[in-house]
Design a protein around this ligand. Structure first.
Ligand code: MN
Length: 138
């Protein structure tokens, strides 16, 4: 048994992987054969991930605010607290906050045999992001 006390610093999301200000708190870290990785990810308004994939897929569970999520080739979905989204292994996608709202989600995945959680691609452009439906209409 190992207790990790609530004194670990919140980490800023690196600009290679995110647009805008994003902050990450660790929830579960892979260890030995256990591959579970979980994070609480806090997106400021307009902030989002870059396009990326996860080797074993990912579930996100929205806990606060209003967010957006999209798989490549699909429509942008508005997501709200209590919504969960599963991204298939290897599916290109992004997730983040709505333009004028904060959004926090739990992100849960299993890393691959090398400990890799994700493969990162291009940033979501302003034009791609602007295609989101209005949160008032969704
Ligand atoms: Mn993801």
């Amino acid at each position: 048994m190992q207790v990790t006390r609530n004194k670990v610093a919140t980490v800023a999301g690196p600009s290679d992987w995110f647009t805008g200000a994003v902050f990450i708190d660790a929830v579960a870290a892979p260890s030995g054969d256990a591959r579970l990785s979980a994070s609480s990810v806090h997106f400021t308004p307009g902030a989002r991930t870059a396009w990326h994939t996860h080797p074993n897929g990912q579930t996100i569970f929205v806990t606060e605010g209003i967010g957006l999520a999209q798989r490549r080739g699909g429509a942008i979905e508005v997501i709200r607290p209590g919504d969960r989204v599963f991204f298939e292994p290897g599916e290109h996608h992004w997730h983040g906050a709505a333009p004028k709202r904060f959004m926090t989600h739990l992100a849960m995945l299993e890393v691959d045999e090398k400990g890799n959680p994700a493969t990162w691609g291009d940033h979501v452009s302003e034009a791609e992001y602007a295609a989101a439906p209005s949160v008032e209409d969704a």
